[in-house]
Ligand binder design. Structure first.
Ligand code: NOJ
Ligand code: CA
Length: 575
């Protein structure tokens, strides 16, 4: 078969698969590569262009594969290299490109490089950050950690390694030592990893916390306490990315960087094609609007005005600077957006809010400028897990923070409530294929339990059902492919007026074609001031209630709870 060329980033839609939870082919309760291959027809029906698959490389699975012990093999839990090659070939037949997750900021402790380092091999010790403690009384005495930096999953970012009498840096879990990219040998190693997979026919890459790889020249205490500003978007980050991209020849492929605690200016640099770094970037500021005082583990109602401000700033800034956004609400690190922005919508039986919220979120991400990402289950309206007991959780971060919350004085019930809203396991429950055993995900015992609503929220119930969330997504994917205005049209963001405090209002435009979009995050009705936009001269394109909202004579639009609508220049669909 002649090689197909997947769509470019402006016209493409990416679907993310958390392999552990997508489809289990052999009944061991864990999703795997053959499971993904068996569902390619489902994905082709949805119409997506790329599949980003989370790590399936050998790993002790302390962080479910983001702790890699061998970069160029397949963990037997997930299948074999032949299974991988088959997946790539079968996906190509359906014009789907595979994107792989490159976790190059850290390895697992079990990686042979780290094992050699702690066995005393001086060359491999240069692969990591190994430092003496502060206030040590001499060899063998740890003293205190070299800096006050905190690890993302709780506790100090430093761990004492008694074998060699040094502290090692781990910005995530203690089992994930950070690689030293200032050592050119590491940059050569990661180049080889990328080339290995590129040669096997992949179409793109997602780079895990890639903006943390360039550490500051001097390791000093962070006066804010967390250390993040010191190691995010570090001093050589652009240089290292440019080097990796040029030595591996991945410029022009669909590459996306996960940019934690980043800035707009840096993301413009990462994703402006003139810089030859990445195609696009994930940023996370819009998903922190429900953190009280910036703390993920302190609950607060989502501040939609703030969300709007952040999305508008990034839309305007990326457009002006020639950068490109990856657009998403969910991934394997986030609670489900349907629950997060829709209250208890979808708990127990699906209700009308649940369906409206799912479609409203999709409308927002598919009509903004950038590449939309669908996370497995978004297209069904999958919800949070609603677990009631701590032993139902698996995620290392959730288990660590549960203990931290208890130590802070919260009761078990309070801590469980926080987890039920914030745990990453909310986004990791098995894909809901049917109302059968284990939601049709496995014939065995699933590694993580499904929420009870799988009996009604599932693919079997939705794929061919007129008006389902699945059908809505399928239409949006099609429009992304067909309507140039959605791919390359200019974006202009508007304030929706005082009567619509929880609403987004924006326009896309190319030549004489305009699309006006409004999406409500409000559970109450509201009225949007679109008087400057002449929406009356357009025609409805997509909407999430039975009928499109009416435009009043004064140009205002009355929106129902969680209503979304896009209007387009009359006749544009046939052009
Ligand atoms: C981001 C990944 O998405 C997350 O799942 C992982 O735990 C951390 N990076 C560390 O690799
Ligand atoms: Ca399996």
């Amino acid at each position: 078969m002649a090689d197909f060329v997947p769509r470019d980033k402006k016209h493409a839609v990416v679907y993310q698969i958390y392999i552990r939870s997508f489809c289990d082919s052999n009944g061991d309760g864990i999703g795997d590569l053959p499971g993904i291959t068996s569902k390619l027809d489902y994905l082709a029906k949805l119409g997506i262009d790329y599949l980003w698959i989370t790590p399936f490389y050998p790993s002790p699975m302390r962080d479910n594969g983001y702790d890699i012990s061998d970069y160029t093999a397949v963990d037997p839990t997930y299948g074999t290299m032949d299974d991988f090659d088959e997946l790539v070939a079968e996906a190509k037949k359906r014009h789907i490109g595979i994107m792989l997750d490159m976790v190059l900021c850290h390895t697992s402790r079990d990686h042979p490089w780290f094992q050699k380092a702690i066995a005393g091999d001086k060359e491999y010790q240069q692969y990591y950050f190994l430092k003496d403690g502060c206030n040590s009384k001499g060899p063998g005495d740890p003293g205190e950690p070299p800096t006050n930096w905190k690890a993302a999953f709780g506790g100090s970012a430093w761990e004492w390694e008694p074998h060699i009498g040094k502290w090692y840096l781990h910005l995530h879990d203690v089992s994930q030592p950070d690689l030293n990219w200032d050592n050119s040998k590491i940059r050569k190693e990661v180049e080889n990893v990328v080339l290995f997979w590129k040669k096997r026919g992949v179409a793109g890459f997602r780079f895990d916390v890639i903006n943390f790889v360039s550490k500051p020249a001097k390791f000093v205490d962070d006066t804010e306490g967390a250390g993040r500003p010191l190691f995010a978007d570090g001093p050589h980050i652009h240089e290292y990315l440019q080097e990796l991209v040029s030595t591996t020849g991945i410029d022009g492929m669909l590459t996306v960087g996960e940019m934690a605690s980043t800035t707009l200016d840096n993301c413009i640099k990462y994703s402006n094609p003139d810089n030859h770094e990445l195609a696009e970037t994930f940023s996370f500021h819009h998903l922190k609007v429900d953190y009280a005082n910036g703390d993920k583990w302190a609950l607060k109602e989502a501040d939609i005005a703030k969300l709007r401000g952040i999305l508008y700033t990034w839309q305007r800034g990326m457009q002006e600077g020639g950068g490109w956004n990856a657009l998403f609400w969910d991934n394997h690190d986030q609670p489900r957006a349907v629950t997060r922005f829709g209250g208890r919508a979808g708990e127990g039986e699906p209700n009308s809010d649940w369906e409206h919220v799912g479609k409203m979120l999709a409308t927002t991400s598919f009509f903004l400028e950038g590449t939309p990402y669908i996370y497995e289950g978004d297209e069904l309206g999958m919800t949070n897990a609603h677990y009631a007991k701590i032993d139902q959780y698996n995620d290392v971060e959730s288990l660590n923070f549960y203990q931290i919350l208890l130590k802070k004085g919260e009761t078990e019930d309070e801590a469980l409530h926080v987890l039920s809203e914030r745990s990453r396991d909310n986004g990791r429950t098995p894909m809901q294929w049917s109302d059968g055993h284990a939601a049709g995900f496995t014939t065995g015992k699933p590694w993580l339990a499904s929420p009870a609503n799988y009996t009604s929220i599932n693919a079997e119930a939705e794929v061919d059902k007129p008006g389902s969330i699945f059908e809505y997504y399928r239409n949006l994917v099609h429009l992304r492919h067909e309507l140039e205005v959605l791919a390359t049209g200019k974006v202009t963001c508007y304030e929706p007026g005082d009567e619509a405090p929880k609403v987004l209002l924006f326009e896309r435009q190319i030549g004489d074609i305009r699309v006006v979009v409004t999406t409500s995050f409000d559970q109450k009705p509201c009225t949007v001031d679109a008087s400057k936009l002449n929406v009356g001269e357009l025609e409805p394109l997509v909407f999430n209630y039975k009928e499109a909202p009416q435009i009043q004579g004064d140009g205002t639009i009355a929106l129902k709870p969680y209503e979304a609508c896009a209007w387009i220049t009359k006749g544009a669909l046939n052009k």
